[in-house]
Write a protein that binds this ligand. Structure first.
Ligand code: ADP
Length: 334
């Protein structure tokens, strides 16, 4: 398992639950979304009616689930949780919708992965607060409309662009979450350290933040690993030396690259003279599936400007050479 992946499994989700901000004013960063959302929620509360449906988009680990929980908490209502992949049939969604109580918040994670029939059912439910329950089969089937109490959908997606327009249009408010700055991640880390009751030094927080790829989930995960190191190998204090030593053990380098990321850069520069080289060849060289290289390592390397994708293949940028401590060849385009 990669330490710097942005996704989480169930065990990690349990560890994360303790660190989640519960209210909007505890939520670090994302000032624009926070301000917009707070207006939507306050206005709805003062009208005494559920707010518009809310769509949250952005990469994994940036706080979409956390915000959905906050929406419910700020409204003083309860949260129901499901996801696009968990809903196999339209009937599953109809069952969830028809059990909602007035004012409840329904969190639909990975909403872009809803199957088509469920999606169509959702349009009607979001717009008219109604589900059509189909009874009977074939030519004799008929739809019985069932009125729903008003509720709020909070949808989350890593790719807002993948949502069909009719679905996107049903959301009155869309918030885009972006990667966090280092100083915002330091705040997340100090808050988490307080909750975990571990002494985190300022320079250690800065060091962990720099290696967290702009992602609070990764920051909290690295913090837990540094805590382990400090307890077992150190004196319990999370200082700069502990942070560096722990992250060296886990092979997370000073800019947050792990072994696979560095293997990709290394192959690109040392084996292929900086490229261009095709994805398949590159993947074979580092002993991974092409899909793993493309979806796991590349997005961050491309985003941070270490690798460029060109029509002729992957190319190492000057930043990649210098990160490996190498001189780029003289004929490399800068
Ligand atoms: P997503 O649903 O976008 O994948 P989550 O909401 O599950 O992300 O967030 C992952 C973890 O990161 C949570 O445990 C939460 O504690 C932490 N986190 C995310 N955003 C923030 C934030 N703005 N402030 C503090 N902690 C955050």
């Amino acid at each position: 398992e990669r330490l710097v992946t942005a996704s989480a499994d169930d065990v990690e989700r349990a560890a994360e639950a303790a660190l989640r901000p519960r209210r909007l004013d505890e939520f670090v960063g994302q000032h624009v979304v926070r301000e917009q959302l707070s207006l939507v929620l306050e206005a709805a509360t003062s009208r005494g009616a559920p707010p518009d449906h809310v769509l949250l988009s952005g990469p994994p680990g940036l706080g979409k689930t956390t915000l959905a929980m906050i929406v419910a908490a700020e409204l003083g209502s309860s949260l129901r949780v499901t996801s696009g992949p968990a809903i196999q049939h339209a009937g599953d969604l109809a069952a969830v919708l028809s059990s909602l109580e007035e004012g409840e918040v329904l969190f639909l994670d990975e909403i872009h992965r809803l199957a088509r029939p469920a999606e169509e059912l959702l349009y009607v439910a979001m717009e008219d607060f109604r589900v059509d329950v189909v009874v009977g089969k074939g030519a004799g089937a008929s739809a019985i409309p069932l009125a729903l109490p008003p509720f709020t959908v909070v949808g989350a997606t890593t790719r807002a662009g993948l949502l069909p327009a009719p679905l996107r249009d049903r959301f009155g408010f869309t918030g885009h979450l972006d990667y966090y700055s280092s100083s915002e991640l330091e705040k997340v880390l100090h808050r988490s350290a307080r909750l975990l009751d571990v002494p985190l030094a300022a320079d250690a927080a800065a060091e962990i933040a720099r290696r967290s790829r702009g992602t609070p989930r990764i920051a909290n995960r690295l913090l837990r690993r540094v805590r382990d190191w400090a307890q077992v190998r150190g004196d319990g204090r999370l200082d700069l030396a502990a942070a560096r030593a722990a992250l060296e053990v886990y092979e997370v380098d000073p800019i947050g690259l792990d072994r696979l990321d560095r293997a990709v850069l290394d192959a690109l520069c040392r084996r292929f003279g900086g490229g261009p080289v095709g994805l398949g060849t590159l993947a074979m060289t580092v002993g991974e599936e092409a899909e793993t290289v493309e979806t796991v390592a590349e997005p961050y390397l491309v985003r941070e400007g270490y690798v460029a994708r060109t029509p002729r293949g992957r190319v190492a940028t000057p930043a990649a050479w210098s990160h490996l401590g190498l001189e780029p060849p003289a004929d490399q385009p800068a």
